[in-house]
Design a binder for this molecule. Sequence first.
Ligand SMILES: [Zn+2]
Length: 838
Amino acid sequence: MKDIFSLLFLIVSFNLFAQDYSVNLDYYLPTDVSYHKDIPTPKSIIGHEVGEWHISHDKLAQYMFALANASNRVTIEDRGNTFEGRPLLLLTITSPTNHNNIDQLRKEHVSLTEAGAGKSVDNMPVVVYQGFSIHGNEASGSNAALAVAYYLAAAQGPKIDDLLKNTIILFDPSYNPDGLQRFAYWANIHKNKNINPDPNDREYNEIWPGGRTNHYWFDMNRDWLPAQLPESQARVKTFHQWYPNILTDHHEMGTNATFFFQPGIPSRTHPLTPTKNQELTGDIAEFHANAFNKIGSLYYSKENFDDFYYGKGSTFPDINGGIGILFEQASSRGHAQESDNGILTFPFAIRNQFTAALSTLEAAVSLRTQLLEYQQQFYKDSQKEASVGGAIVFGDEKDANKVFHLAEILKRHQIEFYELKEDFSKNGKTFRKGYSYVIPKNQKQHRLINAMFEKRTTFKDSLFYDISAWTFSLAFNMDCSENESTNKKGAVVSELKKPTIITPKTSNYAYLMEWHDYNTPKALNKLLNKGLNVKVGLKPFSVENKKYDYGTILIPVQNQNLSQTELSEFINTVAKESNVTITSVSTGLTEGIDLGSSNFKKLEAQKVALIVGQGITPYDAGEIWHLLDQRYDIQVTKLDTRTFNRVDLSRYTDIILPNSWGNALDKEAAEKIKTWVKNGGTLIGYKNAGKWFANNDLLNVKFKTKKDSAQNISFEQKRNYFGAQVIGGAIFETKLDRSHPIAFGFKNNTLPVFRNSTLFMETDKNSYNNPILYTEDPLLGGYISQKNLEELKNTAMFKVGGLGSGNVIYFTDNTNFRAFWYGTNKLLMNAIFFGEEM
Ligand SMILES: [Zn+2]
């Protein structure tokens, strides 16, 4: 009996200790209003309470459509697809009266940004863009979106009526559908019936690459300005359709934190952002503080995060007349987790996000006229600054596709630009009509243009949350003349068209393709995969009145597996699909190397493998995957570090090792790779891979080692001292040896390079082995400490070494940064296609 009693006691007490973390919808909602019974609750559609499970994107979409269907306050649109085919939804939430007049309201609102606007804003609604969980594994945002949308559609009474009359809400329930789906799957498959907050549980420890990123492992909260990803393109389009007064970005941070809302660190605000912007951010913050005081949640502001890089969602609006606001909630990751602040439950995290979403709207209504007037003033001031006039001309006489891709970005941001009226030369650069565009500075987007093209090298603060420079002309390695007269402009570019190419006529001798155009690797890959005999010219030459630079691709007509006619047709198809110019020639006799010269080297079809998985930086790997797969249609095999030692490498010609931390690959893997290189493989590594190459005798890489100790630095200053030695991301000039195959396709002798590491590689003792060197005065834009700048001068960015019949190639820096660093993408392509010639 006694045993049974103690057993019973044990069960009862266990149940007492096994905490019930479940909540119902009332937990989130304000109690001072009633809710319309015809509006479906989230549970009635998705089958569970908000916060009980992690919402998958499918179910989130299902609920948003149901709301739009049931409520005359809500409309929904599908703005396109993610890479994985999920819809990019946008709800417009406002009063039914506003909905009836929505196009007119939008036009009136946008007119505040137009020249000469002097409108009364007294009766205009304020526009708020609310977006959630751009990092898919920061899921409390998108889960809160369910409750926020329900509240906005279902709440009854004068308060909500007033809100909806005075506000147009652009509601983006999931900034990152693919990441959210990936993360929901992870959190849900590991959920225990008896929720276990032990941080060691697998539920709280995602596997690589995690749900933070999109399909190609991009951090999409860096893409608002470059707008290279479909998700960003959809919301940037909405942004410029509406010019919201407030845009919010709901994130999560470490589990032991509390809740953060902006302002961020004041000294790190971008100088192009008006002071008034930060003042209004501070005014809005008071509404968050009051709301959090009411529910008893801890919070802070101003102590970290910043408003410097305009590619972040909470900073992008600041250069567009709006106020961007970052929210960061401590993350429960899964359903509940132990933290310094007690057990942090998922519903608690969701409720904080819900609270911040509502306090944003409350602030928007209260500060409505101030926000609208600020916006109007922003563009008035901008116009005043713009009246200085002048124009930026950019172009590349050898690379129309690269020019097109920069022009695409301008279009996405509604920047006005023109064709070049006629060719001209300046400072040794030729700007050709059809290969150049003119951006007049006197236009509405004057400040945004400054933010995209300026080269800033002095800063108030020496710490940056993200990159300190992103100058687009440098990122694209674009010839650029910044103070031109506007009379250089030709016709306005109203509809941007792909560059026109000249398709070759049938040749009985050979076809030639210069290597400069951005799209040439796509064409070359197609030619090689067809099994054609294709060669690369190691030296420049001229034939039939045209000059051909280093790296020109030659396709002879004789001895191919296609007839003369078939070859002509195929080459035409390749030219069209890749949008590149290929020229037919009728003679092999040139000025310089003749087409039969041994200075033309036969190229092979490439089979590329990319090492991914635990230990590899997902961003860097994803950028390479995206570049090969999306831009160049080059098939790439992703080899996981977990299974690498079991893989037969002999089927690959190239293996790319992206930046890694720790030991992504072990000794056994190193031996395996060494054997493969000796048998003729080309190994290509980035950043930290250089250390691994050196440690495993794959390549003789030597880094400068700094001896450094702090002088006159107090404990309090310690963090800032070390922070100032970080190169968060800046742009540096390198000098090219254009005759080296790594530099084929670059027409200039210098190349701007993005760098966010402090790896300073010593040069090779033979000068011909140093084709890419940082210059004597390398800083082009961004922040670097004086000490690091001294270290960087004249160091090498690239190294290649032979090993058996193969080659090992190494870059100290990322050549594929965030999909918008078009200027250095060709370096990787040269390593892949011409690695054997180095
Ligand atoms: Zn985040």
